[in-house]
Design a protein around this ligand. Sequence first.
Ligand code: AMP
Ligand code: MG
Length: 324
Amino acid sequence: MVDSKHYIEKQFFALGTINYIKIYDCYDEAILQLAVDRVNEIEQHMSVFLQGSDISNINSNAGNGLVSIHEDTMQLLKLGTSFSVLSDGAFDMTVRPLVELWGIGKKKNYIPTQEEIHAALQLVCYKDLFLDETNIKAGMRNPGQSVDLGGIAKGYAADEVKRILKENHVNNALINLGGNVLTMGKRPDETPWQIGIQNPLAPTGNNFGNLSLSEKTIVTSGSNERFFIKDGIRYHHIIDAKTGSPAQSSLLSVTVVCDCSVDADALTTALFVLGLEAGVNLLHRYNADAIFITNNLGLYLSEGLKDCFTIANVQKHSNGGNYE
Ligand code: AMP
Ligand code: MG
């Protein structure tokens, strides 16, 4: 609906999260609906939970050859695989058996045994995902293996929403798919968008800082999204495919800022697993910036964000600082 703030907005549930799209320079509700329909279509193709989705079909057929998938699923699996290669497996869509074993947010504070972790780890390897681009088919090498696009699908969907809005001549909009933010143009008063960066140690809505920018995507992976703490260890939903456990990389969250949301989504997950030093090295291979928040609320900000990030009133830790 068009309100007194002169924007139209659609809030909707998809991809397991709450999403919204706000358009500031046109009042055509049909454009919003086109965008929502596309996000729903992406979910239908790529959800690991929906029976009959491409991903469910790949998983239930693991070890039995390839299954036909949609073009967009192929595109995303291909892209995800290239991030796996570049991050040396830090980003790995085949972590699903470990995600299920840990059940973060589903099982109650469950810590699997070393035997269980070892068994699930045998099923995880991005090199076991076969893609036949000519016939648009995909499959996993061994029975029990499975893929999960949870670390990349929201970014892909956000880029698709932007494409649809652009095609319909929308220039000023704010897209937020479960925290995967994409800004288009500027605010109605011509000032840049203001995007809050969550303080990972505080309740939702408490910002660690603020980004002021236009025409960028801002994506965060954090150990504060789904987690529990036991014996001082934070168990969360981002799995290190080398150890089989939630990544313990001395980071609380990573935010990536760049032009393409799907790249940002894959990168945040990979950088979170890699940790600060290796993460910064990988970041340099992309045209992207990042904010790393370390375990003790230290802040590392890449060069390109120095003029647009303002720190909020949180305690800055002694080891904080810029890495460049
Ligand atoms: P994100 O919040 O974008 O970092 O994505 C986390 C989600 O991606 C998890 O809920 C899992 O579904 C999946 N995931 C977990 N660990 C990894 C990983 N190392 N590589 C790729 N996807 C992962
Ligand atoms: Mg991600």
